[in-house]
Design a protein around this ligand. Structure first.
Ligand code: NAD
Ligand code: ZN
Length: 341
């Protein structure tokens, strides 16, 4: 079968011919219809320090997808051939304390699809049936293919009560933008989004930000005054992984504010801890999505009218994968989808 692989220890990605994976007793065999390119795939494409430490070569990458069940192991219950599914890319151990308590997103022994084991940028994918999520009929393939990053946005945004609250989102990458859409949909008042990229800030404004701030041109404290906020933000969603953005956030929070942190800083990140202490801030780290509460909420949010479609800015056939990666790397895109069928 065709598969996009990390074939060499250097920047790039290669179309390869690999064996169709065999489902084990508890696995599903999924025929992939659409995949989306994640920031993680761009790290692997660029072969940065993290990828060099993490990704065994050769490796089929990718973990954002939608497909159709075409086969399954003998122990699988609850799925049928023909079901349309996406899936949780974190394969958890099932035997640690958190897994056994149903808190699988906190498993300490997680493996990543397309990171530690064969990924979804291929004609077929095998995952444990436990990780698959059936997509309701009224949700399109396009949207289903981005449930993984949408799940990051939903899990982060719904970490704290947003109803009537003023929310600051630092970083208008695809996940920050989707988080802005969620925050607005569930009833936040001000949803202020910062970035240094005007293309992405425009998309954020289209999808739910009530005010966008290009922090390379505008000063966040001025904006806060300008929109009539007197005390600071109630909730912060850190979605850039950039130290200066996080520091901006800390100084813009109200006392007692709550911050959910998804963005991954490249290394250690120094902050003024007195902001956290004297303001009595609550910080919560976010990894992945809740299995599977976040997945059900994603479906419900879309079914209750959340319009995510503008975040999908580009679609290519998989044969044009290079164009897809170039587009994603340009910064002038939301989500980029590759079509496999
Ligand atoms: P992305 O890289 O597309 O978005 C980050 C954005 O931050 C970019 O648009 C960038 O221009 C912006 N930015 C740069 N400097 C800034 C500044 N000073 N102030 C505000 N914004 C600034 O990433 P994404 O795919 O949307 O993901 C968001 C973050 O979450 C990334 O750091 C990613 O690695 C991380 N992530 C974490 C998890 C997890 O489980 N914790 C999962 C997926 C992604
Ligand atoms: Zn576990």
């Amino acid at each position: 079968m065709k598969a996009l692989s990390k074939l060499k220890s250097e920047p790039g990605i290669w179309m390869t011919d690999v064996d169709v994976p065999e489902p084990g007793h508890n696995d599903l065999l999924i025929k992939i219809r659409k995949t989306a390119i994640c920031g993680t795939d761009m790290h692997i494409y660029n072969w940065d320090e993290w990828s060099q430490k993490t990704i065994p070569v050769p490796m089929v990458v990718g973990h954002e997808y939608v497909g159709e069940v075409v086969g399954m192991g003998q122990e699988v219950a609850g799925f049928n051939v023909g079901d349309r599914v996406s899936g949780e890319g974190h394969i958890t151990c099932g035997h640690c304390r958190n897994c056994r308590a149903g808190r699988r997103h906190l498993c300490r022994n997680t493996y990543g699809v397309g990171v530690d084991r064969q990924g979804a940028f291929a004609e077929y994918l095998v995952i444990p049936a436990l990780n698959a999520f059936k997509i309701p009929d009224n949700i399109s393939d396009e949207l289903a293919s981005i449930f993984d990053p949408f799940g990051n946005a939903v899990h982060t945004a719904l970490s704290f009560d947003l109803v009537g609250e003023d929310v600051l989102i630092t970083g208008a990458g695809p996940i920050g933008i989707m988080a802005a859409a969620v925050a607005r949909h569930v009833g936040a008042r001000h949803v202020v989004v910062t970035d240094i990229n005007d293309y992405r800030l425009e998309l954020a404004a289209k999808m739910g930000a009530t005010r966008t701030v290009n922090v390379s041109k505008e000063n966040l404290p001025d904006v806060i005054k300008d929109i009539g906020m007197t005390e600071g933000f109630d909730v912060g969603l850190e979605m850039s992984g950039v130290a200066v953005a996080f520091r901006d956030m800390l100084s813009a929070m109200n006392h007692g504010g709550k911050i959910a942190m998804l963005g991954i800083p490249p290394g250690e990140m120094a902050i003024d801890w007195s902001q956290v202490i004297f303001k009595g801030l609550v910080l919560k780290g976010i990894y992945g999505r809740e299995m599977f509460e976040t997945w059900y909420k994603m479906a419900s949010l879309i079914q209750s009218g959340l319009d995510l479609s503008p975040i999908i800015t580009h679609q290519f056939s998989v044969d044009q994968f290079q164009q897809g990666f170039d587009t994603m790397g340009s910064g002038e895109s939301g989500k980029v989808i590759l079509n496999w069928s």
